[in-house]
Write a protein that binds this ligand. Structure first.
Ligand code: SF4
Length: 477
């Protein structure tokens, strides 16, 4: 009789971990004996068995599991520390047909994201949360976590956690189970075969609840951190079973999955036409869809990566926004990314704008092909970053130095003076915008004017804005 052993990697894992930056594309980045790998495997197997791989979106947290996207061949979003439940909420509400998994450690979920998880649970979001509790901040070097046990030594509690000083460990599963909305809450341990079998069941149940549209499911997994605990893997497993489970008992704390009415989420896929109509750039209601007669753009000015920089209050972000909006009207791919200084007015501000014939991989412009500098600190700071062969526009009525770069085009524009001459220095940004489009031909005046009407709510200001743009164009022609 032929026998076969079915020992294969679940299809929800990448066969080769190409996204890992180091040479080892086979093993995970986790330390030997770490519990994360075990939980990953249970989740990946469940995803494969439920046939939901093309619907899963995993929220990648901050912590040792920050690189979930190295391993799982599903949709991913990387989020800020503790914010996974908020992002999961947004995704699930916009794409209710998706299976949204928030995977978080104890520092992420219990400390900085403690508020987030309680409210997501209390709202009964239709998401599945896997909470890895190893009683320590593993990624950052073993500091005390909200789940660190009393007396446990960590790098920030070298004499052991003192409950009189640091308070008591948070029992997250019990806390969440007290809320009305959660449907299923269980704590498991990623240790021996018996506990792993229970963990496997819990992972599947938590996903099943979401697949059936029943609501919020939460599985807390007690996990080993041999590195943070200074133990070898067998000792770490023993410690979970014998010490951790005393403070964090295993079991089901809430299960009302038999009682709740499932919600049916229809899969709604919008056609490109429906999307355009929904955002008001197509159909009868669209005011601004025109066939803009595009300029013939010299090759060197096409697909600009633009950095606009100056003082807060100079309208730097607006300048970038109008460029991006006009680019969108002319049916380019665009992105706009603002960056603020700590102060609102008088501080520094800059924004990154991409206008491209092809899809944009990243909105970040670290090597601009175009720099628009509206003050001296911005010119000094960003001119070294401009790509060789690029172009620098600078307001030479405010900036009393000349750019030092010899390998880029330099276009001085006395934007503030021109703006002052026509009535207000506040429109210097628009003069500069006019100079940029007039000089490069990247966008038409028509689309820029329409973009202004879309972007500037106080339309009465646009008469002067339009005039400033005209003056900027006139200056460079
Ligand atoms: S530090 Fe701890 S939690 Fe992080 S990978 Fe290593 S063993 Fe796992």
């Amino acid at each position: 009789m032929a026998t076969s052993t079915v020992l294969k990697k679940p299809t929800a894992f990448y066969e080769i971990f190409e996204r890992k930056p180091d040479a080892d594309k086979i093993n995970t980045h986790y330390c030997p004996g770490c519990g994360h790998g075990k939980l990953h495997k249970l989740i990946a197997e469940a995803i494969e068995d439920f046939g939901i791989q093309d619907r899963v979106i995993m929220i990648n947290p901050v912590g040792c599991s920050v690189f979930l996207y190295y391993y799982f061949d599903v949709g991913h979003i990387q989020v800020a520390h503790g914010r996974a439940p908020a992002v999961a909420t947004g995704i699930k509400r916009v794409h209710p047909h998706s299976i949204v998994i928030s995977y978080q450690g104890d520092g992420d979920l219990g400390a900085i994201g403690g508020n987030e998880i309680l409210h997501a649970a209390n709202r009964g979001e239709h998401i599945t949360v896997f909470f890895v509790n190893n009683a320590i901040y593993g990624m950052t070097g073993g500091q005390m976590a909200p789940t660190t046990l009393p007396g446990m030594k960590t790098t920030t509690t070298p004499r052991g956690r003192d409950i009189r000083n640091e308070g008591y460990p948070l029992r997250m599963a019990e806390l969440i189970a007290t809320l009305e909305a959660p449907v299923y809450v269980e704590r498991v341990a990623l240790t021996d075969a018996k506990n792993m079998a229970k963990a496997r069941k819990a992972v599947r149940k938590a996903l099943q609840i979401q697949i059936e549209g029943k609501g919020f499911a939460f599985v807390e997994a007690l996990s080993t951190c041999p590195t943070g605990w200074g133990m070898n893997p067998p000792e770490a497993e023993k410690w979970v079973n014998e010490v951790m489970t005393k403070y964090f008992p295993l079991g089901v704390f809430k299960d009302i999955s038999d009682k709740v009415e499932p919600v049916k989420f229809d899969k709604k896929v919008l056609t490109p036409e429906e999307i355009k109509k929904a955002i008001g750039v197509n159909g009868d209601s669209a005011t601004y869809v025109k066939n803009y007669r595009k300029n013939i753009i010299p090759e060197k000015y096409k697909n600009p990566k633009i950095k606009v920089a100056g003082f807060g209050g100079q309208g730097i972000l607006l300048l970038g926004l109008v460029l991006a909006q006009a680019g969108m009207l002319e049916e380019y791919h665009v992105s706009w990314l603002p960056s603020y200084g700590p102060e609102m007015r008088g501080g520094t501000a800059n924004c990154h704008v991409n206008i491209s014939e092809t899809e944009i991989a990243s909105p970040l412009v670290s090597i601009p092909t175009v720099l628009i500098a509206m003050n001296r600190p911005s010119l000094e700071k960003f001119q070294p970053t401009v790509k060789s062969g690029g172009i620098i526009f600078y307001d030479n009525s405010l900036i009393d130095i000349e750019p030092s770069r010899k390998d880029v085009e330099i276009v001085p524009v006395p934007a503030t003076k021109i703006a002052d001459d026509i009535g207000s220095t506040k429109v210097a940004n628009m003069v500069m915008l006019g100079a940029y489009i007039g000089y490069t031909g990247v966008l038409t005046k028509d689309s820029i004017f329409d973009a202004l009407d879309i972007t500037v709510k106080r339309r009465e200001l646009n008469e002067l804005n339009r005039r400033a743009i005209e003056e900027g164009i006139k200056f460079v022609l």
